[in-house]
Design a protein around this ligand. Structure first.
Ligand code: GAR
Length: 191
């Protein structure tokens, strides 16, 4: 693995909407000498719990309401350009970015999704997997394209669904794998 100094690291923004466990995990990862990214900004569409991790790591945070998408994205683009941010990780960001926004950051936005894509795009992935008696679920890191949860897959990991699995237990197992997968996917992109 390549060791990178601060100067060479890619300035990154993380977008969140809630709990922020993936954000916390990426912040921790970004502090290691092997990380190709440096986290410069956390964006949230609301006062999310996860914003506390931005404070903990002394990273700038911005809350931008998405009541009006166009205006929100305009504001975000101004901040991203001002801060010279080159890469975006969506980490539980529950808003859909417009074609226009994605075009401006083409190939530079990635997302983590709690299913083994292309199965179970969208919301409530675990409940739907259980309902359909699936044998496995998983998680995927993919590039963000104009179609929801459909961009090129970077890495994914399967998670077995056991006999007495519940939505809670499955979500927990998937999240644990997400925390390993996201840093690995970032390393794969830049190394
Ligand atoms: C994660 O499971 C992530 O995969 C999912 O939201 C959760 C966020 O958890 N993302 C999506 O469903 C995106 N469509 P976190 O806030 O603790 O990182």
């Amino acid at each position: 693995m390549k060791k990178l100094t601060g100067l060479k690291k890619i300035k990154t923004a993380i977008f969140i909407s809630g709990r922020g466990s993936n954000l916390k995990n990426l912040l921790k990862f970004s502090k290691t000498k092997y990380s190709p990214i440096i986290i410069d900004l956390v964006v949230s569409n609301k006062k999310a719990f996860g914003l506390k991790y931005a404070d903990q790591y002394k990273v700038k945070k911005k809350i931008i309401s998405f009541k009006r998408n166009k205006i929100a994205e305009k504001k975000i683009l101004i901040i991203l350009n001002k801060r010279n941010i080159k890469f975006i990780c969506l980490a539980g960001f529950m808003r859909i970015l417009s074609k226009n926004f994605i075009k401006k950051f083409k190939g530079k936005i990635v997302n983590i999704h709690p299913s083994y894509l292309p199965k179970y795009k969208g919301l409530n992935t675990s409940v739907r997997s259980l309902w359909n008696n699936e044998k496995y679920s998983g998680c995927s890191v993919h590039y963000v394209s104009e179609k929801l949860d459909s961009g090129k897959i970077i890495l994914q990991k399967k998670v077995k669904i056991t006999k007495n699995e519940t939505e809670i237990s499955l979500d927990r197992k998937i999240l644990k794998e997400e925390h390993k997968l996201y840093p690995k996917a970032i390393l794969k992109i830049f190394n």
